[in-house]
Design a protein around this ligand. Structure first.
Ligand code: FES
Length: 332
């Protein structure tokens, strides 16, 4: 049988899906699973058992619907990342797929913009060479050279921002942050790893009050999560607490006030002071009925995350409804 474009033939009139695998276009034959299709096209996909057991044929869908069978046995996190088993996937439409970026595999990303949000926070906007699927609030590794690396959370929102946005706080002696603040230029290329982490907004949170809490550059992921929730028409109340030692540390105030004026369900609570002041402010607003239904996000230093997490638990916020991004200094 001849397989040619157009995708439907005059004699058989069946639909042939087009598979795009890392830039290569392949017409999918009926009754052929995705793995066989890629092997036939000499795309050299990874595989072993061909029976859905070993998971070595794990690929990531960039676009197109994923048949349910193709995700049987995967974790919720893997399903959310649109991972699938090629040997169990019977395509029912066009699909664009690729090998998944593993946590420590890297891709190049070009710096498109550098903008000081305050004297201590630089916003880097990055355009990755390989498309990156992510949720606002997840983190990526950033490498400069072979061994200078840091983990940063994503302040950008897919579908709203065209580039990846990172808020980089200047750390004394921090090689990556000092480079980003003092030496980086538009056009420079760094390496980044695949997005990781579960600290992001999910549409199932739609009826829960959202409590977003962060200090200093912890605002980065929260700003992404907030705009993601508003963009997905979150209707329940959203409160954002952002703490800084000074007014200057409370960056993006104008943008947050504008969002609060446009969305009746969003309140912005800037706090000048230390973590104790922040906890007092949170404590004074929590009520038990709301706490029981709440979805909370905490982003900042390990001590902030630990203390606020404890405070929320004491105020009846369920442990399973607290997501946190604790900023640790280095990854290896
Ligand atoms: S090849 Fe083993 S699960 Fe697909």
């Amino acid at each position: 049988m001849q397989y040619t474009n157009p995708k439907t033939t005059g004699t058989t009139n069946f639909y042939m899906s087009q598979i795009t695998f890392e830039g290569q276009s392949i017409l999918h034959k009926p009754n052929e699973n995705l793995l066989k299709c890629l092997i036939r096209a000499n795309s050299k996909p990874p595989y072993s058992c061909r029976a859905g057991l070993c998971h070595s044929c794990l690929l990531q869908s960039i676009s197109g619907s994923i048949p349910a069978n193709a995700q049987t046995g995967l974790t919720e996190s893997q399903r959310k990342q649109r991972l699938l088993l090629a040997c169990q996937c019977q395509p029912d439409g066009d699909m664009e797929i690729r090998r998944p970026l593993k946590e420590h595999s890297k891709t190049d990303a070009v710096i498109c913009s550098l903008k000081a949000l305050n004297p201590d926070i630089m916003e880097l906007q990055l355009s990755p060479q390989t498309p990156v699927r992510y949720h606002a609030g997840q983190h990526i590794g950033g490498w400069r050279g072979s061994d200078i690396q840091r983990r940063y959370s994503l302040a950008s929102v897919p579908g709203i921002d065209s580039e990846l946005h990172l808020h980089i706080q200047l750390l004394k002696g921090g090689q990556f942050s000092e480079w980003a603040h003092h030496s980086a230029r538009v056009g420079d290329i760094i390496k980044i790893s695949a997005p990781q982490g579960d600290c992001f907004y999910h549409p199932s949170f739609g009826r829960r009050p959202l409590l977003l809490i962060g200090s200093r550059s912890g605002l980065g992921p929260l700003y992404g999560i907030l705009r993601d929730a508003l963009g997905q028409q979150h209707k329940a109340p959203i409160v954002l607490f952002h703490r800084g030692n000074t007014d200057q540390e409370l960056y993006l105030q104008q943008e947050l006030k504008q969002l609060a004026s446009r969305h009746n369900n969003f309140s912005y609570r800037p706090i000048i002071g230390d973590d104790n002041n922040l906890q007092e402010a949170i404590n004074s607003t929590l009520t038990k009925p709301d706490s029981l239904r709440m979805q909370a996000f905490i982003c900042g230093s390990p001590s902030l995350v630990q203390n606020v997490n404890q405070l929320l638990l004491e105020n009846s916020v369920p442990e399973t409804k607290i997501l946190a991004d604790s900023f640790s200094p280095f990854i290896r």
